[in-house]
Design a protein around this ligand. Structure first.
Ligand code: SAM
Length: 285
């Protein structure tokens, strides 16, 4: 049970470009806390100035996060409320904060998210790729070999794949996507919520050509979204071919299970899918 006299850690999302995306609740929380733990205090001071706030801040980034835990915990126990912010978007999402939240939660402290902008969610909401299932992978490895290996490991995933990428690596990453995933459909969201927000749609090779023609398209911040692999639930063979094979086997009194096994071997795809199909054909006879 949380001690009512203890303070709260608010995990506050901040804009990813457009300052109007800061919610009224986030602005209020930032104005009420005793201290703000910020990824880069120089960056956050600009947001605070915009809000007309001057508050004590301390830095919390990947190099000092673990060391900050005890200090911030002490302040919470003493009754101070604290806001955790990153440079842009939602803390902990490819940003610092995970270690702090994990450790404070383990100590039973009150942690309250104040939701708002997040580049991956904004990108997905405007891309027109399936969003019922997606796989967010943060940043791909910086080195080409490791990057291609990671992409190879993801090639069979059926969910929409989502990555963050910087302008320094966008072309190399697109080239690797073209190399590993071929002409898979891709949507590139650039500079979301900012003046030059763009969504580009096409294969990685086609997007590289666009950047070659218009180098401005390679500037700014990116979310890369890639269509998932074709579903392997659907047998690859044409339906008529599949039904003909299963029908012929069933006509020879081959059992449903055996027919499904033969179809899976000859036509590919999971046996359970063929089983369902063979059973349906048998029922219809
Ligand atoms: N915590 C942030 C969030 O909630 O989205 C992400 C921080 S991560 C260090 C920064 C990366 O997010 C950028 O390199 C880019 O891939 C993506 N990103 C952030 N702002 C963006 C924007 N306005 N447009 C496109 N991508 C953005």
């Amino acid at each position: 049970m949380t001690d009512v006299n203890q303070g709260t850690l608010y995990v506050v999302a901040t804009p990813i470009g457009n300052l109007e995306d800061l919610s009224p609740r986030a602005a209020r929380v930032l104005s009420e806390v005793a201290v703000i733990a910020a990824e880069d205090t120089r960056h956050t001071v600009r947001l605070l100035r915009h809000l007309g706030l001057a508050l004590p801040m301390l830095s919390l980034h990947e190099h000092n996060e673990a060391a900050r835990v005890a200090q911030l915990d002490e302040r919470l126990v003493g009754g101070d409320d604290i806001a955790l912010v990153s440079d842009a978007g939602t803390p902990l999402i490819s940003d610092p904060g995970f270690v702090l939240v994990r450790e404070l939660r383990a100590r039973g402290r009150r942690i309250v998210p104040v939701p708002g902008a997040c580049a991956l969610v904004a990108a997905l909401s405007g891309a027109g790729l399936p969003t019922d299932r997606f796989l967010f992978q943060g940043f791909l490895p910086a080195k080409g070999g490791a990057r291609r290996l990671r992409l190879e490991g993801l090639a069979a995933r059926e969910e929409t794949l989502v990555f963050y990428e910087s302008p320094h690596r966008i072309r190399d990453t697109l080239a690797d996507i073209a190399c590993v995933l071929g002409d898979r459909r891709l949507v590139l969201a650039r500079e979301l919520t900012k003046a030059f927000e763009t969504f580009l749609d096409g294969s990685a090779e086609c997007l590289l050509a666009r950047m070659h023609d218009d180098p401005d398209q390679a500037r700014g911040e990116f979310v890369i979204m890639i269509a998932g692999a074709e579903s392997r639930d659907a047998p690859e063979a044409g339906e008529a071919e599949a039904d003909a094979l299963l029908g012929a086997l069933l006509a020879e009194d081959v059992g449903v299970k055996q027919a499904a096994g033969v179809a899976a071997r000859l036509l590919g795809g999971p046996k359970k899918v063929w089983y369902g199909r063979a059973q349906a054909l048998k029922d219809a006879r």
